[in-house]
Design a protein around this ligand. Structure first.
Ligand code: ADP
Ligand code: ZN
Length: 724
């Protein structure tokens, strides 16, 4: 048997193993990271020359690389990152690679730009008036595209073609036009306060050090955290490096982008799910070539092929939306820290309410900590009042207490703005038959249908199922007995309209607002005070700064506290804190009203007294006692399938070999709280281990020995954030 000496492992962007061995044709000069086209069965697919040793393949079976694509190679650090993310999250490297080379069109070279110029040594030739006009236009020496030239000379393309054939014009190929301007880092930022300067100087130094250094930038809303990390970005730019900022809700970050533009004179490159195909292609390519210097994006921006990243900023680091739950399950906050470590660069985790995980890393000395204790310009933090709904609530079927209504009234009389916060989209979360008690449920999920009156339909918030509101109860057939239970933002808007008919209000929720253009329009309307009242879900809680918004009413402060989720208290605290921070951010003082049935609950107590330290240490102690994150590790495993009996059987088989010893505890199997989702029956395991246990290795071994039928899905969630 002969072997071919020149082979390479090619990783394909498909959930298939660790890559395949291909032969390298003699004429091909191939390096690691080069992007290639290879045959796979009957298809041609793109892949990347990988760092794993190729396997021995018999020459008859060996397939050869078809071509090397004209694209910058995938940097070494990106390749290491793919392998790391895959190993940690128990995903296949190919599935992670697919997130990196997510834009196949970007791997093709951009079309060259053809332009025309005068031949400086033209042959004698017949001219016409049209030809003369073309020649005159080009006399200034600037080459032009055929389209521009035809337009300026007022002719058609055939005239230009004729001139080229007559050798009067020459055809040039220009390099592709740049799409992204270079941010101007020379312009200084504002004069920083002492605390801001301490943090900014350290962060600039971290960039200069080119070493892994995580730091936490904590500070109340408006304390200048953004100003401080813009300094670190400025330092990266000065060193000719790239910078990445991850934001939750990138589609709504109009104000952030405006600030970036003010500081650096141009827009950054954006990366989120609403980009068009062309935007995706040009942005991916500009990042890969190093042309795009600053990228602001959602979590997937972490996987762009930066050749020379100098700093990563993760703004609102505590935000749950950094966790991706579908496809490759990963936490972009944690993977951002990993990416920084692999690239030997600093990473800044920014938040007014850093997560317990992050604060534990500070406590153990792994992360540096900078605190900005005061609002810039000394604006006072809002007063926070509790309304005890048990004694001071509204009449039945209403949701705004007399105290809140009075305060809204005062606010409007002063010409100021208010925000009513309720983290529930739609009109009502539940529709019930008053005759028989039947609840309208999603046919494919074990969830209630949410009425969206503005859209005139019922919706499942899990799977997107939608239906018209029935006239009669689907169960008992009684007419006109279906009743809305509980409030959503639409129902609040109705109540507000009755009480304050002349007030201009807007509902702000993910289904009423999701395009950057709409968000920018809303921001303008608020800033120009066209709007008096916002009625919003958590989408409004992030990052906005409105000087005339002085009252925040939290309609149901207890909403997040039920549900038995590990982070329920922490998350509710963060959310309420963040919402409260929308009030009175300029010279006008703010007020916050929390409507609650549990005024003595530790979270409500901590928010209203401002005693975050005490709350955090109690919460940390509780987690420590129960060996919960960040003191222990959790892994969620969901087994699902359309056939309930088959799911049961698979779960039984898995349960028999589940790891159970003194280092690792397996809880369950149990029905998942959402036991039916999109028509699939779901069971859960929850694994709990000490921090130093290599839980990935144990799970990999466990799952690889079990016989799981193909139609059953086993979904592994390392460090889970949802327990549904
Ligand atoms: P955070 O990110 O902590 O919410 P920002 O950086 O957005 O705070 O700052 C809040 C407001 O205060 C912004 O308008 C910002 O431009 C302004 N600001 C912060 N620090 C300064 C400073 N040192 N000089 C002038 N303006 C500042
Ligand atoms: Zn559903």
């Amino acid at each position: 048997m002969t072997t071919v000496s020149n082979t390479v492992t090619v990783l394909l962007p498909l959930p298939l193993g660790n890559g395949y061995t291909y032969g390298i044709p003699d004429a091909l000069d191939l390096g690691r990271g080069d992007i290639v086209s290879v045959p796979l069965g009957q298809r041609q697919v793109n892949g990347v020359g990988w760092d794993r040793e190729p396997e021995d393949v018999t020459p008859e079976k060996l397939k050869f690389i078809s071509a090397k694509l004209d694209s910058p190679p995938l940097p070494r650090v990106s390749r290491e990152f793919v392998d790391w993310v895959a190993a940690y999250n128990l995903a296949s490297p190919g599935a992670v690679l697919r997130m990196v080379i997510s834009v196949p069109a970007a791997l093709e070279p951009p079309k060259p730009r053809i332009a025309y110029a005068l031949n400086t040594n033209p042959p004698a030739c017949r001219t016409t008036a049209a030809r003369e006009r073309v020649l005159t236009v080009l006399k200034d020496g600037l080459p032009r595209s055929g389209q521009e030239l035809a337009l300026e000379a007022g002719t058609g393309p055939s005239v230009i073609k004729g001139l080229v054939e007559a050798n009067m014009l020459i055809k040039l190929t220009l390099p592709p036009a740049p799409h992204f301007a270079n941010p101007d880092w020379h312009a200084p930022g504002p004069t920083l306060s002492a605390e801001q300067a301490t943090a900014a100087t350290a962060m600039r130094q971290h960039v200069l050090d080119s070493a892994f250094q995580p730091s936490v930038l904590e500070g109340v809303p408006g304390s200048g955290k953004t100003e401080v990390y813009l300094e670190a970005i400025s330092e990266a730019l000065a060193s000719d490096k790239q910078a990445l900022v991850l934001l939750p809700e990138i589609a709504l970050s109009a104000q952030w982008l405006e600030r970036f533009r003010e500081r650096f004179g141009c827009a950054p490159a954006l990366w989120h799910s609403d980009l068009t195909g062309v935007q995706r292609r040009t942005t991916w390519r500009a990042v890969a070539s190093g042309e795009a210097k600053v990228v602001v994006g959602a979590r997937s921006a972490l996987f762009l092929p930066y050749p020379d990243l100098g700093v990563i900023v993760i703004d609102e680091e505590h935000d749950g939306s950094f966790k991706q739950e579908e496809g490759v399950v990963y936490n972009a906050r944690d993977m951002g820290v990993v990416r920084a470590s692999l690239g030997s660069i600093p990473v800044a985790l920014v938040s007014a309410t850093p997560s317990l995980e992050t604060m534990q890393n500070v406590a153990e000395g792994r992360y540096k900590h900078f605190n900005l204790p005061a609002r810039h310009g000394g604006a006072a933090l809002p007063d926070i009042l509790r309304v005890d709904m048990r004694v001071a609530g509204p009449e039945r079927g209403k949701w705004l207490s007399p105290d809140l209504v009075n305060t809204l009234n005062e606010t409007f009389l002063r010409g100021e703005q208010a925000l009513l916060f309720l983290n529930r989209r739609g009109y009502a979360p539940l529709t019930l038959c008053r005759a028989c008690g039947f609840r309208l449920q999603c046919p494919q999920c074990s969830t209630w249908l949410v009425e969206h009156r503005l859209l005139g339909r019922l919706q499942c918030h899990q799977c997107g199922y939608a239906a018209k509101m029935p006239q009669a109860c689907p169960d008992c057939g009684a007419k006109d007995k279906l009743t809305a239970c509980g409030p959503g933002v639409e129902r609040l808007a109705e109540e507000v309209d009755e009480i304050f008919p002349s007030i201009e209000s807007r509902i702000v929720a993910s289904d009423t607002l999701h395009r950057p253009g709409q968000a920018a329009e809303l921001v303008r309307e608020i800033e120009s005070r066209k709007i008096d009242l916002l009625i919003g879900t958590q989408i409004i809680s992030k990052g906005y700064h409105f000087p005339y918004l002085t009252l925040v009413g939290v309609v149901d402060a207890d909403l997040g506290l039920s549900g038995g989720d590990l982070r329920a208290s922490e998350r509710t605290y963060q959310l309420l804190y963040q919402v409260a921070g929308r009030a009175g951010r300029a010279e006008r003082p703010g007020r916050v009203i929390l409507q609650t049935y549990m005024p003595d609950h530790p979270v409500i107590e901590a928010i209203s007294t401002g005693d975050r330290e005490e709350f955090l240490s109690a919460e940390a102690q509780d987690r420590k006692d129960n060996m919960m994150p960040p003191f222990g590790r959790l892994v969620g495993i969901i087994v699902s399938g359309a056939d309930e009996a088959a799911v049961e059987q698979a779960v039984k088989a898995l349960n028999q070999t589940a790891p159970r010893d003194n280092k690792i505890q397996t809880l369950g199997p149990a029905e998942a709280p959402i036991k039916l989702l999109r028509g699939r029956h779901r069971r859960r395991f929850l694994l709990k281990a000490r921090k130093n246990v290599n839980i990935q290795a144990i799970i990999r071994r466990w799952l690889s020995t079990a016989q799981i039928p193909r139609k059953i899905r086993v979904h592994v969630d390392i460090d889970p954030y949802t327990f549904l």
